[in-house]
Design a protein around this ligand. Structure first.
Ligand code: MSP
Length: 647
């Protein structure tokens, strides 16, 4: 079976930023997952180079549109290399292979009797390249998206009989309930269609930068008809072998361009007599430090190339995919990126690997030992095997449902369980007892195997680091398969492991400060520093805004609580932080009996350096009121999901 996934083609009037990177990384990870499962996966991205917007941007820079496109397209290509994007093709709408299919598509719509010459007038936004009805304008004159003045335009235009497809499209939605995902977006589009589809103006005669209308050189084809056709033109002519193999596609898009993909494009395809896309998958929008990404706000212009150069593409990819469930909006902060890097990558995964490889060197001569069936049925061992197979099933299910953040949660359940497994097996004790040799080897083997399973499952998201892990575990492979089969049967026995350098060196406070200094543009730093310096006039110590932003505060729910033996004040708590379980030791037992805490939502410091208190590992802190004596627990005044960031 084939799996064809596309990103939107990006306009060349802007250079790649975090938002573009997000879409492309999500599509890349989904493609890699399907390929790892043995499917014939194909991944397309590219650039949208025609239209008035591009022509105007070029003119403003004193360039021809194609010169601008030629320059900016390189920025996209290099960004995708830097982020380890493995696209199979890159389409530019100025290529002949594309323009030919656009003309063909036009002829198909025309042959179906769906194109006629009419006239179009209305309130037009140049930046949207679209008309707005009066009631959608802000103050009766501003584009609702761009907040810029619209123009009244009236001109002859070819029209596409979109109204004719309202009913067929609704029928299609009915028959294919998964056509638009997630469901909230499907509902939004359904209500738009139900309001009534009007015929669409599909040509422009006020500028030339586009594909000419066949038979009428005075008009160019509307840029969205041109752009949407890329998903087919990149496969070759309609009916070509590649087209037959891969079409229809899964279109991953931002929510901003849902209507074009879930209404205009399907209507065009219905008219052309071609199959509709397999799925329209819409994701939410990233803001940066609470602000919408915009050209006029340098602080929001996060350069994914810079991040990848400093902490590695895999860490950036991991953060983007792990941070928000696909479909939701999310807010990006550099501190959040570093916090997650340290906790999930340096701490959880890096730790797992370091411990595994050290143990193998110390106890098993540096080679992968065999699993021991006589030991495997013991509870701790069987539990790890079960967690691994469940994680593989759950992560696969979530990738299939287009939910990479949830797939990563499932994978990290295994990573954390494997770390706990070593604490439970205590190999350093087993090593002292010659009778426990089989158990020691089984434990080491299982630990290595768990690291390998985690690497195989994380590979769609972190392709480079996953391969490095596999190489350290003695597997010489070019790509990793999705784990299948029984636990402890995947890693080749007897191969030599290689500890080497840590995979994810921890970012300490000094390095974090240096990175923030480098990443945050100077003007943004000034803007942030000003209010912080004026605040706090009560004589207490002042911290900078940057220092405050280093705190990773989250909503967490207490899921288990028990007193720490032989202490009056301490409780050992398990808290859920957005699907991750953290263990903390809290000095609140005198104010809160253990039984009162389960189910409470509290404010949690998620990036506190872990500590061991009374022999118990504590990874974070819950905030409480009171100084020496605890007077109350922190809480959020509404029921917000665990893991939500607090700022
Ligand atoms: N050229 C059109 C798409 C044509 S597809 C046939 C276009 N291009 S764009 O350069 O503006 O890129 C839009 C896509 O970039 C969005 O749909 C989204 O996938 C991504 N993003 C741009 N800004 C974004 C955020 N702030 N957050 C997340 N993704 C965003 O529209």
């Amino acid at each position: 079976m084939s799996f064809y996934i596309t990103t939107p083609i990006y306009y060349v009037n802007d250079v790649p930023h975090l938002g573009h990177a997000y879409t492309t990384v999500v599509a890349d990870a989904l493609m890699r997952f399907h390929r790892a499962r043995g499917e014939d996966a194909y991944f397309l991205t590219g650039t949208d180079e025609h239209g008035e917007k591009i022509e105007q941007a070029a003119t403003a820079r004193g360039k021809q549109p194609i010169e601008l496109a030629d320059e900016v397209v390189e920025r996209f290509r290099e960004t995708w290399v830097n982020l380890d994007i493995a696209n199979d093709d890159f389409i530019r709408t100025t290529e002949d292979r594309h323009k030919r299919v656009v003309a063909d598509m036009w002829k198909r719509l025309s042959d179906a009797g769906d194109i006629y010459l009419g006239s179009h007038e209305g309130h037009y936004c140049v930046r949207c390249e679209g008309f707005y009805p009066e009631n959608k304008l802000l103050d009766g004159r501003l584009c609702p998206d761009h907040k810029t003045e619209v123009e009244w335009r009236s001109r002859p235009s070819y029209m596409f009989r979109m109204s004719k497809y309202q009913k067929p499209l609704l029928d299609y939605f009915e028959a294919n309930p998964d056509f638009v995902q997630p469901d909230a977006y499907r509902k939004e589009i359904l209500s738009f269609i139900n309001e009534g589809l009007r015929d669409l103006s599909v040509s422009r005669n006020t500028f030339k930068w586009g594909v000419p209308v066949p038979g009428d050189d005075d008009h160019v084809i509307y840029v969205w008809i041109d752009a949407l056709t890329n998903y087919i033109s990149a496969l070759g002519d309609i009916g070509s072998d590649k087209y037959n193999e891969y079409w229809p596609a899964v279109h991953l898009i931002g929510k901003d361009i849902l209507r074009f993909h879930a209404v205009y494009w399907p209507c065009m395809l219905l008219s052309a007599g071609l199959p509709l896309p397999r799925t329209i998958l819409a994701h939410g929008w990233w803001s940066v430090r609470g602000e919408k990404i915009s050209k006029s706000m340098p602080a929001t212009r996060v350069d994914p190339n810079l991040l990848a150069a400093d902490i590695g593409a895999d860490a950036v990819r991991y953060h983007l995919l792990r941070e928000i469930p696909l479909g939701n909006d999310g807010d990006f902060t550099y501190e959040g990126l570093i916090g997650r890097y340290n906790s999930d990558l340096a701490n959880d995964l890096g730790n797992l690997l370091n411990r595994t490889l050290t143990m193998t060197g110390k106890f098993c001569g540096g080679t992968v030992p065999e699993a021991r069936p006589e030991v495997a049925s013991g509870e701790v061992h069987a539990n790890l095997a079960r967690v691994a197979t469940e994680a593989a099933a759950e992560a696969a299910k979530q990738f299939e449902l287009y939910q990479p953040s949830r797939a990563l949660e499932a994978i990290w359940q295994l990573v954390r369980e494997a770390n706990k497994y070593v604490d439970a097996c205590q190999p350093w004790k087993l090593a002292k007892d010659p009778d426990k040799r089989a158990e020691l080897e089984h434990c080491t083997r299982s630990f290595l195997e768990a690291a390998y399973w985690a690497a195989c499952m994380a590979a769609p998201v972190m392709p480079r680091k996953a391969l490095e892990i596999a190489h350290k575990l003695g597997v010489e492979a070019e790509s990793l398969p999705w784990p299948s089969g029984a636990f402890n049967t995947l890693l080749p026995t007897g191969s030599a492991v290689d500890r080497g350098d840590p995979l994810f060196p921890r970012i300490d406070a000094d390095r974090a400060a240096a990175l923030l200094d480098k990443w945050i543009p100077d003007d943004a730093k000034k803007a942030e520093a000003a209010p912080a310096a004026e605040a706090n006039d009560d004589g207490g110590p002042k911290i900078s805004f940057d220092d405050f932003m280093k705190l990773d505060l989250r909503v967490a729910e207490v899921t288990a609580a028990e007193p720490v033996p032989k202490t009056k004040k301490l409780l050992q708590l398990q808290v859920d932080v957005g699907g991750q379980t953290r263990q903390v030791v809290a000095g609140i037992a005198e104010a809160y009996p253990a039984g009162d805490l389960v189910g409470r939502k509290v404010i949690f410091v998620a990036n506190l350096e872990p500590a061991t208190i009374r022999g118990i590992r504590s990874e974070g802190m819950i905030l409480a009121a009171g100084d020496k004596k605890i007077l109350g627990l922190s809480a959020v005044d509404r029921d917000v999901p665990t893991g939500t960031r607090i700022r």
